[in-house]
Write a new protein. Structure first.
Length: 217
């Protein structure tokens, strides 16, 4: 039986599409049980509906607090009993109670080479700092923003004439490669979380995780 996951989105859902595509192609043995968005007009919901995946829209603006929203979100997720929750462009800061509930079974992808540039506007910040290298990180989610154990990173060169838009395009292409790979590792039992650390094939990963290369596939 395929490995059950739930995906959380807020927008376009391109990383969701990468997971759907690899699942349909047989490269990922996962069952995306549901896709949940905090925005009803998120295009990612249409991507899910087009292949028969259950969808939920939960408007965070209808709740008085983050705690109330997260409690309802948790209730919806738990209906599906997923073994993994995947944040794919889910633009919400999550409460400690929520992250603790899913500790060790929730992944996020962040557009920087963590621990650099937590938060927003990472591409422009890398350019402003005159970085020659930029990239993305897949990490376990913790209660501290973009601070969970890093699993996998991929990097790209920052060219002299780079803009935030061109850099984002380069980074997105890498996202669609390494996020499904991390999900694959978890679904196959190779990747786990223990005592604040990411573990791959029984070995504790370094703070920056593994740097992606084609040899990993």
């Amino acid at each position: 039986m395929s490995f059950p996951i739930v995906v959380l989105i807020s927008g376009n859902g391109s990383n969701l599409q990468a997971l759907i595509d690899q699942s349909l192609q047989g490269e990922l043995d996962i069952n995306i049980c549901a896709v949940i968005s905090n925005k009803a007009d998120a295009y990612g919901l249409e991507r899910a509906k087009s292949v028969g995946i259950a969808t939920h829209a939960l408007n965070h603006k209808l709740f008085d607090s983050r705690e109330e929203f997260d409690a309802e979100l948790q209730k919806i997720i738990d209906q599906y009993q997923p073994k993994l929750v995947v944040l794919a462009g889910f633009m919400r800061i999550l409460t400690e109670a929520f992250t603790k509930h899913f500790e060790g079974r929730m992944l996020n992808i962040h557009p920087s080479l963590l621990p650099k540039y937590k938060g927003l506007n990472t591409h422009q910040r890398a350019i402003d700092a005159n970085d020659t290298e930029h990239g993305i990180s897949v990490h376990f989610v913790s209660s501290e923003l973009d601070a969970g154990a890093v699993i996998l990173q991929a990097s790209t060169q920052v060219d002299k004439e780079e803009t935030a838009e061109t850099l984002a395009t380069k980074v997105h292409a890498l996202e669609h490669i390494i996020y499904p790979l991390a999900v694959k590792w978890f679904s196959e039992g190779r990747l786990s979380f223990y005592d604040g650390h990411a573990i791959l094939d029984g070995k504790t990963l370094p703070e920056s995780g593994i740097l992606y290369s084609k040899a990993l596939i």
